[in-house]
Design a protein around this ligand. Sequence first.
Ligand code: PEP
Length: 255
Amino acid sequence: MTKDRKLIFAGNWKMNKTVAEALDLVRGLKIELANIKEADIVVCPPFTALSEVSKAILDSNIRLGAQDMSPNNVGAFTGEIAAVMLKEFSVRYVILGHSERRQYQKESDELIAKKAAASHAASLKPIVCVGETLSERDGGNTQQVLETQIRGSLAGLNKDQMTETIIAYEPVWAIGTGKTATSDQAEEAHRFIRQLLGQVFDETVARKVRIQYGGSVKPSNARELMSQPDVDGALVGGASLESRSFADIIKNSIG
Ligand code: PEP
């Protein structure tokens, strides 16, 4: 089945890679991915490597993303980075509401919605992460959790902004654990999210929004996951830290 949404793969490097290591990784990715046109490819290095990575990918098909941003534009917010600062390095995407930030920085849906609005105001495309924990899944609450996160984290976006927003469905129990959701579990959640977008926005928006799957995606499971009708790419952690595995995830998905 062909999808009319272009697949999008983003590598979330988290708190990994010095500048020299980041450049090494990008050198490998540029070679491995040079001819790929069928998918959007994004790398999200730590803030400290954005400047150098930005220069290194100028002549490539790889785009730059950040891992977070402030909801504020300027001012006394120690340690924060504003959208306009990311734009200086040609950042195009920003991950918002990753489960690690929800857990360790106690980020709320309300805060994530403010960040999403600020990112659109600066023409950055947000990758908004949602997903249930294992106890929420075991308790039969997956859909309720997803609905709360989707309604809360995307509150206030207009239809055009929503169309340019990417959602990453990342079951928390699958992140960094080696446990991947089955393709049926992923599709069920993605379909639910798309139906919900149809209710909250409209059917046209719902059809256009790209929904990535994230959680222990590897070259060996990518193709099966991407073959699901509502799965439009992947947000990749561990396997994006090595050029061969990230490239193979993409190649296996489109090949
Ligand atoms: C992530 O952190 O977004 C992620 C999906 O990690 P991993 O691929 O390592 O499970």
